[in-house]
Design a protein. Structure first.
Length: 276
């Protein structure tokens, strides 16, 4: 039996009161001091940079009375996770993927009403998770950064949500925009592959697939190759063929026995069970 799943994703500074031409040369103390507005903008940029540099995983959540909000922990093995990109926030590990716009100013994170996919989940607790998250992550939330880097969000009704940061691949491997997006077809079965350090090693069998701007496959894929690296975030299931979209990063100065590339799963584009 075969099943195929396709997923498609689409200060200005105030002028100095004195005339700069009359200031003695070399007198740095006479240079105009940064304005409060400029200072605030700098802080805001740093906060946004920090937000976008990590995945934020929900660690604890309590209501105004200090009681744990159990509804937010329907997936104990996959905590609710926030990702910030440009002016958008994405929420994952809920029943449906959720997202919306956000702004950050004066210590408050303001999230616009969110949209979500419309998938139904059989687990009633997982279905309720979407509402539990959406009702709290909306509107103005007070923000705090802990000494260990945790992000605390406080809602208007007194709920306290604490998120632990995990650096994004861009942060770990060299900065936004340096990763190359590639599509790999992963065969249903692994095969033995020679490795000087690992006896009886099994390798994924992969080949690169190319698409045009309209998502149409271009040309024919090449021969299957042993894939000695690891795709972060990808778990292979024996007997299932996948097409995955990954970000490939070049690692500067890797150890002598390590790969010069790092692969991070972006999404599974296509999945198919194959009979043996």
């Amino acid at each position: 039996m075969k099943r195929t799943l396709m997923l498609i994703l689409p200060l200005a500074l105030m002028a100095a009161c004195s005339n700069p031409s009359t200031a003695p040369a070399g007198r740095d103390d006479l240079a105009p001091a940064p304005t409060a507005a400029a200072d605030q903008a700098a802080v805001a940029r740093l906060d946004v940079q920090r937000l976008q540099g990590s995945h934020w995983r929900l660690d604890s959540a309590t209501d105004a009375g200090g009681k744990r909000i159990d509804a937010l922990f329907a997936r104990a093995d996959k905590p609710v996770t926030l990702d910030f990109k440009d002016d958008r926030i994405a929420i994952s590990n809920t029943c449906n993927r959720m997202g919306g716009g956000y702004t950050l100013a004066d210590g408050s994170l303001t999230i616009s009403p969110m949209a979500s996919t419309m998938m139904a989940c059989t687990d009633k607790h997982l279905m309720a998770l979407d509402q539990a998250v959406g009702s709290r992550l909306e509107g103005a939330l007070k923000t705090e950064l802990g000494d260990a880097g945790q992000l605390t969000l406080r809602t208007a009704n007194g709920d306290v949500l604490v998120f632990t940061p995990e650096p994004t691949a861009e942060t770990r491997y060299g900065g936004e925009g340096e990763g190359e997006t590639v599509f790999l077809e992963v065969a249903a079965q692994t095969k033995p592959c020679p490795h000087p350090m690992i006896r009886d090693k099994q390798c994924l069998q992969t080949r690169e697939i190319r698409y045009d701007a309209n998502g149409i496959k271009q040309g024919e894929p090449g021969e299957w190759q042993n894939f000695y690296d690891v795709i972060e975030g990808y778990t292979h299931e024996d007997g299932v063929r996948n097409v995955v979209r990954v970000k490939r990063y070049t690692i500067a100065n890797p150890p002598a026995d390590a790969s010069s590339n790092a692969y991070v799963l972006d999404m599974v584009v296509e999945s198919e069970n194959e009979t043996k």
